[in-house]
Design a protein around this ligand. Structure first.
Ligand SMILES: NC(=O)c1ccc[n+]([C@@H]2O[C@H](COP(=O)([O-])OP(=O)(O)OC[C@H]3O[C@@H](n4cnc5c(N)ncnc54)[C@H](OP(=O)(O)O)[C@@H]3O)[C@@H](O)[C@H]2O)c1
Length: 311
C-alpha cells in the first residue's frame, strides 16, 4: 500500500528518532569502552588550573634510556595527539628527558595548543651522558633552564614548573627562591617540587606557594605515604611517578584485577586514584595501545572490599 503523506511524515520522524537514539547509544558506548581521562574526575592546580585527574607522563616518548630522539618520531606525535583525544589535559615532562627531546616533541605534535591543556615541566637535573642524571639547582642554571623550556615549548609562561630534585650542593631555599623569582617575573604560573620529603616541602612552602608535589608512589612503593597525606590534607596536587609499579605488583592486585576483568596495570592506576582526591597519576608510554589501556583505567572504581584485598 502506498503510504499517505501523513504516514510518510510519521515514518520520517520515526527514522529521525531512531537516528538520534543510535547516535546517543554510540556515544554512550564509546564513553564506556574507550573511556576518557575525564572519567577520573578533576583536580585543581594552584587554585585555578582544573585538569582531568589522569594525565600523561611524556618521559617515555624519547629514545631508549630517556636519551636522544625516538626511533619513530611520528609514532611519538601520535601518542601525544591520542592522549588529548582521550581527554588527557595534563602532560608532565622535563628538560632532562632526552634531554630536550620530550619538550620538543610535545610542541611539534600539539602546538598551537588547545585551550585548557596544562603542560608541566621541570628543571634542576642535567644529563652529561646517557644513563647519568646530575642535579644542578643553582639559581643561574634554573633561570637559564626555564628560559630554554619556554622556547622549546613555545609558551610565554609555563603552567607548572617543578624543581626536579634537590641539589645536595645548593640549599633548597636558593633553588626554590629562584623559582619564586621566575613566578614573580611571569615566566611560571605555578611552582611544583619533586622528590621532596615532608620537611623539605614545608621549607619550600615558606618561600612560595607550592601547587604540586611529585614523588615516586605506587601500589608497591608507599614510602611517600607521609607526603601524600600532607598533600591530601593541605589540598596540594600529588603527582605519583612510576604509577604503574611494573613488575612489582602483589598477588592481591592480580586477584582483584582478574575478578574485575581489568588488567593489573589498570588496577594499579585505579588504586592510586582511590587513595586521594588530590592524586593525579601520569602513566607514561610510547605506545598508543598502551595509552588507551591506561586511560581506560579512569573509569574503574574499587569498592572498599576490593581496596582492602589489594592490601
Ligand atoms: N619526578 C621524577 O623524578 C620522575 C621520575 C620518573 C618519572 N617521572 C614522570 O613520571 C612519568 C611516569 O613514570 P614512569 O614512566 O617511570 O613509570 P610508569 O608510567 O609507571 O611506567 C612506564 C612504563 O610502563 C610501560 N607501560 C605503560 N603502559 C603500559 C601498558 N598498558 N602495558 C604495558 N606496558 C605499559 C611503558 O612502556 P611502553 O612505552 O612500552 O608502553 C613504560 O616502560 C614519566 O613519564 C615522567 O613524566 C618523574
Amino acid at each position: 500500500m502506498k503510504p499517505t503523506p501523513l504516514t510518510r511524515r510519521h515514518a520520517l520522524r520515526t527514522l529521525a528518532g531512531l537516528g538520534s537514539y543510535l547516535t546517543l547509544r554510540h556515544s554512550v558506548r564509546a564513553a564506556d569502552s574507550s573511556a576518557s581521562a575525564a572519567a577520573a574526575g578533576t583536580v585543581t592546580l594552584g587554585g585555578d588550573l582544573k585538569v582531568n585527574r589522569l594525565g600523561f607522563g611524556a618521559m617515555r616518548i624519547t629514545g631508549p634510556g630517556i636519551w636522544g630522539e625516538p626511533a619513530d618520531r611520528e609514532a611519538a606525535h601520535q601518542v601525544l595527539r591520542r592522549a588529548l583525544a582521550l581527554g588527557v589535559n595534563f602532560i608532565d615532562t622535563a628538560d632532562a628527558y632526552g634531554p630536550e627531546v620530550s619538550e620538543r616533541l610535545i610542541a611539534e605534535a600539539l602546538y598551537p595548543y588547545p585551550r585548557g591543556l596544562v603542560i608541566a615541566t621541570k628543571g634542576g637535573l642535567v644529563r652529561p651522558g646517557a644513563g647519568s642524571w646530575t642535579p644542578d639547582g643553582r639559581p643561574e642554571h634554573l633561570r637559564a633552564a626555564c628560559e630554554a623550556s619556554l622556547k622549546r615549548l613555545r609558551r610565554e609562561r609555563i603552567d607548572l614548573y617543578q624543581l626536579h630534585r634537590i641539589d645536595p650542593k645548593v640549599p633548597l631555599e636558593e633553588s626554590v627562591g629562584e623559582l619564586a623569582r621566575l613566578r614573580s617575573a611571569g615566566k611560571i604560573r605555578h611552582v611544583g617540587v619533586s622528590n621532596f620529603s615532608v620537611d623539605e616541602l614545608a621549607r619550600a612552602r615558606r618561600i612560595v606557594p607550592i601547587a604540586s608535589m611529585q614523588n615516586r608512589y605506587n601500589v608497591a612503593d608507599r614510602s611517600s605515604q607521609d607526603v601524600l597525606d600532607v598533600c591530601t590534607r593541605e589540598r596540594l596536587v600529588f603527582i605519583p611517578w612510576a604509577p604503574l609499579a611494573r613488575g612489582h605488583t602483589g598477588q592481591g592486585l592480580g586477584t582483584v584485577a582478574a575478578q574485575k576483568g581489568v588488567s593489573e596495570l589498570q588496577l594499579a592506576i585505579a588504586w592510586l586514584l582511590a587513595q586521594s582526591p588530590m592524586m593525579l597519576p601520569i602513566p607514561g608510554t610510547s605506545s598508543v595501545a598502551h595509552l588507551e589501556e591506561d586511560v581506560a583505567a579512569a573509569a574503574v572504581r574499587l569498592t572498599p572490599t576490593e581496596l582492602a584485598a589489594v592490601g
